[in-house]
Design a protein. Structure first.
Length: 78
């Protein structure tokens, strides 16, 4: 657990990574995605934050995210 904490802190403190924040706008976007595309709630929240911040590609093995308009899903295991 300590190693995971150090990795996350490294991302947050790095100038190379941008941490996207949850806001009421991104939350509502996620809720709309959840309702429209019938994907799990938290996956929809990630998509909502991504799309609101101009992120259009997602690296995941989750097949459900492929349904979301505006998101190109890349499976790292294929």
């Amino acid at each position: 657990m300590e190693e995971a904490k150090e990795i996350i802190e490294g991302f947050i403190l790095s100038q190379k990574w941008k941490v996207l924040e949850l806001s009421i706008i991104t939350f509502l976007s996620g809720m709309n995605i959840h309702i429209k595309f019938k994907v799990p709630f938290w996956d929809a929240q990630i998509a909502g934050i991504s799309l609101t911040n101009g992120v259009s590609q997602m690296i995941t093995e989750d097949k459900g995210s492929k349904k979301i308009e505006g998101i190109r899903v890349i499976n790292p295991f294929k």
